[in-house]
Design a protein around this ligand. Sequence first.
Ligand code: FAD
Length: 525
Amino acid sequence: MSEDALQYDAIVIGAGHNGLVSAGYLAKAGKTVVVLDAAEFVGGAARTAEISPDYQVSTAAHLVSSFPRRVEKDLKLSKHGLSWATKDMATVALDRDGKHITLSSGGKNDLMKIAAHAARDGDAWKQFDARMRKYVKLLAPLLEGPMPQTGKDAPSRLATMMALRLEKLGPKDLRAFMQLMPSSVAALLDRNFEGDLIKGALSLDATLGNHAGPHTPGTGFSLVYKRALEAMGQGVGYPVGGTGALTEALATSAEAAGVRIRLESPVNQIIIEDGRTKGVRLEDGTVFEAPLVMSSADPKTTCLDLVGARHFEAPVATHLSRIRMEGATAKVNLALEGLPTFKNFTDKEYGGRLLIAPDMGTVERSFTAAKRGELTLEPVMELVIPSYHDPRLAPMGHHVMSIVLPNMPYEINGGWEAQRDMLMKRVIDTVREYAPDISHKIIAGELLTPPELEESFGMSGAHWHQGNMSFDQLLAFRPAPGMANYGGAVDGLYLCGAGSHPGGGLSGLPGKFAAETALAREKSK
Ligand SMILES: Cc1cc2nc3c(=O)[nH]c(=O)nc-3n(C[C@H](O)[C@H](O)[C@H](O)COP(=O)(O)OP(=O)(O)OC[C@H]3O[C@@H](n4cnc5c(N)ncnc54)[C@H](O)[C@@H]3O)c2cc1C
């Protein structure tokens, strides 16, 4: 297609990873495709940039744990520059006294370290992990493809699918699963463990990126769902060059297949005529035409702002307006003049996914503070040192550290400008409890508050998942009842971002399934 063409088979809104995956699959099927993004760069929240000259970091999303091998192969991403620095990061729960624990699948040494906190927890973890694997097996097939077609019977068909799979569990596991479904993760963990550290780490995992605390009902299921999504991927990993290298490879692959990517092109209207999509209008008035419009902007923005509620049946519009997406995240990135000294760390632990969540109470208090519009006194966090695996991210011997801060208020009492220095101080003070020399190693740093993440990456509300990943907003209910099949409500419109099934995180699956659904529907006409 020529650079100034305005007519295509498909328009994709958003050059984040899901938009690019969708574009890649559509182009592979022979469609002419243009991708339009408001930002000056490709990648959405998966972007690598400099914090300071020669120090590169994944500015927002920093780990890839659910990206399938299948998508990597289909889109020939290795040919287009993707390689992995690691796919094997262990989750390490940090302990102030250096009695860290690694949540692996049953290494003897790891179990002994867990038992050092509470004698029975070593065995308890082994059993818990094994049971979780069974539940993941149960759920995984539901994440391997689109949900049943939209329609009144979709939820009941989903229930049937789940019931058939539940039959595969023995009575004991079935009872435990039924008990888990409505449980808070706090109740689930209290039933299984005694040690504070393991409960703190697992409760952080269950609530990360959501508007929830350990005591929120349904967060037990969230933990299983997170693991099921991870099972779609290739291990917790990090591309060489950061998460931006994944989206650069997706963009190069799409362009090689003929996709045109146009940046600095904010879409402010999806044009509907006679009940079907005709194209989009940019803020500057330019109109692009296509019978197929795929949007990776969040579902509320896409349907209510870009399309307009009047184009949806009233109950669907109401469901869309009620999608809950309140959980906000902040990010701290640091350039370091050497590795900080974590107490009692082994070499492998430096390369891990490090969690600071000493107990469930601390995680709950951070959620309570966020609900009140306050800064928590004790931030919980997910922290990685990407340069440990990928030394090219920093000058020789130097490092970068990437810290995700969940449970941040989107609107904060007193305003973010007044609070940002305090947040940075609390983050560094907290890390110092585990790595006492951290302050001496910091050369440069940046803090992105939720409104800054929203502004930089076009993420409404700085919400990680474009909608909470709680049972009532997953599977047949994602993004909203009546919309679970990537659209369906308006002919030719598909939702291909994190707000659609199977949800947020760098999996590319919403993008893939939306493209496949659109192609299948076209074929069946
Ligand atoms: C701080 C933070 C840390 C995270 N860490 C991780 C992590 O470590 N691992 C992980 O798996 N996930 C992580 N996530 C979640 C992950 O970033 C998202 O789930 C993922 O980026 C969603 O991808 P997407 O392509 O659907 O949307 P996005 O990445 O948000 O991309 C959407 C794109 O659409 C564009 N857009 C939006 N509206 C318009 C419009 N009207 N016109 C034109 N363009 C538009 C935006 O500019 C953007 O480029 C994190 C999120 C945050 C906020």
